[in-house]
Design a protein around this ligand. Sequence first.
Ligand code: ADP
Ligand code: MG
Ligand code: ZN
Length: 634
Amino acid sequence: MFNDKKFKYRMFYLVGVIFVVLLINYFTTNLSTKQIPYNEFLTLLQENKVEKVVLQRDRILIKAKEDTEYANKALYTGNLRDPNLVNILNDAKVEFNADVPNNSPILDIVLTWVIPLFIFMMLGRLIFGRIDKKMGGGVMSFGKNTAKLYAENETGKTFRDVAGQEEAKESLVEIVDFLHNPQKYAEIGAKLPKGALLVGPPGTGKTLLAKAVAGEAKVPFFSMSGSDFVEMFVGMGASRVRDLFRQAEEKAPCIIFIDEIDAIGKSRDGALQGNDEREQTLNQLLSEMDGFDPSKGVVILAATNRPEVLDKALLRPGRFDRRVIVDRPDLKGRESILRVHVKDVKLGDDVDISSLAKATPGAVGADLANIVNEAALGAVKNNRKVVIQEDLEEAVEVIIAGKEKKDRIMSDKEKRTVAFHEVGHALVAAMLNNTDPVHKITIVPRTMGALGYTMQLPTEEKYLVSKEEMIDQITVMLGGRAAEEVEFNMISTGASNDIERATQTARSMVTIYGMTDRFDMMALESISNRYLDGRPVQNCSAETAAMIDNETLSIIKTCHEKAIEILKENKELLIKISEFLIDKETLTGEEFMNMINEYREKNNLPRIGKEENHKDTKVEPTVIEEEPIKPITD
Ligand code: ADP
Ligand code: MG
Ligand code: ZN
């Protein structure tokens, strides 16, 4: 880790200092402080082994001659104030004086003051440095933000660590390239989006992806969680946002990652009395995002699993205008995620990853990582050297069973129903003229409790919707139920959401957009407080209200019949695609259109040219999501 590297460096330094001090001590003790008895001193004098003597107040320092065993040693003995000593020294022809050239005073000061002080300073820095790093901002910088600075080798993640999120990775590659080489973009004048919002259910790898972007781009990674901004005193959140951006600008190119952004980014008009602190923080974030210069190479990533509660201002162009969907993995995705995680585990020969992937529909990356770890723990518990299939299957049961209660896994029959339902939506969308191309069909739930969904992606941004388009939209919404009727001749509760949305669209055609002959261009409803997602208010008589209901019903009936007609005509295709979907769990728009056109060519029908346009990432996808089946008795 980054901190540890610094810590190690400091440790080496400290050990070096201590070594030098010891060395000095060793020499000083060995050179100057060998005590000998007085009579031995007299013997040395008699034997003519002394070169020089210095008389001090209470010691006599003796320098022995070079050719004696005491050469290089500073000897001393107690000063007995022997009155005969001067005569003896004279007789022995020894150089002597009573001067007091103590140890050099400078050395003294160094030894007793400078070195200990130095050591303490080092120790102090070491300790405070550690605390500093632990507290993120630092003891001395109270109020600065707690963004942890991760160097490249710290996130240590690359796109290879993120499995099964190919679409998400694809849309982040451009950001990586931009961070590698901001000048290239600046020279041409291309502006990259300032921010991208990673959207998806918990545990699908959003945090992991953000780290992987930093790792791939080899840039510093500032990460902060939305709740970090709001936990402290009033005004703290805003100042943290400010500091975070200042620090990031210094380190550019870099990535700022705001995890769980919904904690600060909640829509401001939701509640009557707002949360002042949160609003301040959000406003600061918005103004920082507007203020900084993107050509410097600061990219802001944020993650949320509740995009619907985010303030619209955050999603405006120039802010988080790019959305990266990090979805629950399908069969293939789950398999590759499992493969990433079993890499660090010793596996037995009987392990079958693809069958595990099949057994874990609805599981996200975090669940799968957990399953592998749980299995490894199980193997240890059973004294095995490798993880065998049984361990993994047991772990699947432990992990999935816990979730199953909340998030019950579909039975085969339900899976079939949902598959036909989704293909019903998609097929109707493909056969109609005024609809958006299908982007994805899946029976992997998108949010907790949902069953599956069909996503359409418009080819361009639209501001006006024609009457024909609205009619076709309603038909697509009713296509799900229609498919169930056509195939199973049976009705399930799975379409409640579709019905509600279809009814609402049909109703507004009548009451708001003046699209019926009967009411012509008469406004029958008005929306109070248009900017705050207000609810429509009816302003008409009771009879008119009844007529509105009739008109709405007739639109829905027509659309329903149309959907049934389309699906009956294409029943063979409906079955073929549905079976394929049951197998694969997810179909891309391309795969879907290929299947249709293959079938049409075989039957000598003209191709349908509804090609997708992947380039424009700004358009909002339409998602027809299936509500869970809610039994009425509950
Ligand atoms: P999120 O932020 O979406 O809630 P995380 O990124 O925190 O999810 O994921 C938690 C853990 O689950 C990761 O550290 C990783 O081990 C595992 N994980 C999740 N998604 C994936 C994936 N697509 N590929 C590999 N591992 C994954
Ligand atoms: Mg996360
Ligand atoms: Zn539906």
